[in-house]
Design a protein around this ligand. Sequence first.
Ligand SMILES: Cc1cc2nc3c(=O)[nH]c(=O)nc-3n(C[C@H](O)[C@H](O)[C@H](O)COP(=O)(O)OP(=O)(O)OC[C@H]3O[C@@H](n4cnc5c(N)ncnc54)[C@H](O)[C@@H]3O)c2cc1C
Ligand code: SF4
Length: 437
Amino acid sequence: MSPVDSTVVAYGVPLALSLGGYLAWGRLRERRALAAMRAAEAAGLTEPASLHPVIDLSFCIGCGSCVNACPEGRILGLVGGKARLVSPSSCIGHGACARSCPMQAITLVFGTATRGVDIPHVGEDFQTNVPGIYIAGELGGMGLIRNAIEQGRQAMQSIIDERRPTGAGVLDVVVVGAGPAGISASLAAKQAGLNFVTLEQDSLGGTVAHFPRGKLVMTAPAELPIYGRVHFRETSKEALLEFWQGVVRETGLDITYGERVDGIERDADTGLFRVKTQAGTHEAGAVLLCIGRRGTPRKLGVPGEEATKVVYRLSDPEQYAGRAVLVVGGGDSALEAALSVAEVADTDVTLSYRGDAFSRAKPKNRDKVEAAARQGRLRVLLGSNVTQIAQDTVSIDQNGSLHKLDNDAVIVCAGGILPTGFLKAAGVEVETKYGTA
Ligand SMILES: Cc1cc2nc3c(=O)[nH]c(=O)nc-3n(C[C@H](O)[C@H](O)[C@H](O)COP(=O)(O)OP(=O)(O)OC[C@H]3O[C@@H](n4cnc5c(N)ncnc54)[C@H](O)[C@@H]3O)c2cc1C
Ligand code: SF4
């Protein structure tokens, strides 16, 4: 072999192999990105929930930094050498893509031209246009656990700074919501010795409690009043909920669970607030809303729904062993709840949905439900509506024919009512954003 041939073999072959490998890897990534895009389109999951990236393709050089930076994985992909948002509705607004782009090709915006996102007006001190009503956390537009923790603490500091004396029996502040923002704000109120209550319609931890089992949670260090610095960056849903329980235990924070705030009225003369819940009224000098953007669970509005056997979230599938369970809804949470309960020994599970197909759910969940129905592990009633919930039965109308089924428990997963109406009724101005920052 001549010296030239040896040089070609020594350098050219490895180079050609790495180039071939690189091109093959690129093609595989593109195929995956296209598959994710088509699956999202087929399921109608094409609208991001809130804050998301918009990519200016004339600046994008297809380097893939944004694809690699996204902690959620497979939200962005490279198609035709340009970055695209391939799974829009799974984007939770980390914003890591925008920070990683060397070309500044990414802008983060709220809503799209076809789907507006309601964002309340919040000042730098977290106060809304209604003096004394403050907003912290995701409700104000910025998602993510760390932001919520930081904003909860800062918003409470503003309330402390601007506090006016209140009369006997009047609270300094009512904190609404016990997600990351509400926990952090409540700790700040406790540290400052304020007279306050924290009201939570559901359980501790906020949206995190609704994440899928084992979901990897990416966050960043933040400062929690009384407790100190929270150091974790990567954890699981379960570990994070355990952490919050530990914080509440160690600090002695008092949270009232199962109390939903339905309305807020401001007395024009005194400037004090009446915070109304189904359990009564709390009078306070200020209100801090840390209610996130999930809203309150949508109800069926049928006779018998007030029974204690009706819940709006699956917490522990094992509790349903040996029982007849009705799950209502057609989205991923309904399908996942029905599948988890059907896996438990001796359950008799019915999934009722008013639509004719589960078009809003992920293909993976639809396939699993079809398989479970084929194997007789799950009864699926499409085109059906619950008409009555009785002590031991449920009545369901399916396209005109009536089913009366034995029933021990009902799990309603029919989505949430967004907090916009609630905010407007309290006088808070809300702007609908159609793809703007
Ligand atoms: C699937 C998914 C994955 C995510 N993954 C991550 C992640 O990895 N990392 C990250 O940083 N962020 C993640 N996020 C975002 C993160 O969960 C939110 O930004 C964060 O929880 C917002 O905190 P918050 O306190 O503002 O609101 P929330 O966590 O939404 O808490 C609001 C609380 O208020 C209560 N509430 C609402 N209305 C009322 C009422 N009227 N009366 C009484 N109580 C009420 C609710 O029950 C709830 O407990 C994810 C979000 C989703 C949906
Ligand atoms: S980081 Fe910027 S330039 Fe690189 S692929 Fe993403 S949008 Fe394009």
